[in-house]
Design a protein. Structure first.
Length: 189
């Protein structure tokens, strides 16, 4: 993606989704202040408010990344993201250095981020692995955990389904194996 395209996308995010989320947050604040509801309802509203704040922070990070003059490689971005999301659960970080087209790089970063978040939130595992390599001119991404398994496309709300759709849109192959020894999701583009 060219610099002008990145800057345009950053402006669109700011003027659109980010502003809408801020407005939604203010509406939730007003609802919380005005309601005489029971404590469970108030807790639900507060929880929604925190979720909106988290989304605003994510959008802002994306906007700042899009505006960065020096674009870091996918490998550098994934190294940072893996450390931030997985923390001490990150047991293997196997990232090969090779050229990745920017359009695919953004998708790989988004897919890997979603997979690592899923592992942290849902797997109940103690180890997460991230592998990125080039195999016969194809980009191969794999995220594994040693959690309790059970992740399927049918049980996924949107995460795995969205990853499968992204992968197929790019002409790639999606694979998911999840059992009592953990979950392994891979994509090949």
């Amino acid at each position: 993606m060219s610099t002008p395209q990145r800057l345009e996308l950053a402006r669109e995010l700011h003027d659109g989704i980010a502003q809408d989320l801020v407005a939604l947050g203010y509406e939730l604040d007003l609802l919380l202040a005005a309601t005489q509801s029971q404590e469970p309802v108030r807790k639900g509203i507060r929880s929604l408010r925190f979720q909106v704040d988290e989304l605003i922070s994510k959008i802002r990070r994306e906007m700042y990344q899009l505006r960065q003059a020096q674009v870091e490689s996918v490998q550098e971005a994934l190294t940072k993201i893996a450390s931030q999301i997985c923390g001490p659960l990150l047991s293997v970080l196997d990232i090969a250095e090779f050229d990745i087209p920017p359009s695919i790089g953004l998708e790989i970063t988004a897919i890997a981020t979603e997979l690592m978040r899923n592992s942290v939130r849902h797997s109940r595992g103690s180890e997460i692995e991230l592998h990125l390599s080039q195999v016969e001119n194809h980009t191969y991404l794999e995220v594994r955990d040693n959690g309790e398994g059970g992740a399927t496309l049918e049980s996924s709300r949107l995460g795995l389904v969205g990853i499968k759709e992204r992968t197929e849109t790019l002409g790639g192959v999606f694979s998911c194996r999840s059992d009592s020894s953990g979950t392994r999701v891979s994509i090949t583009l």
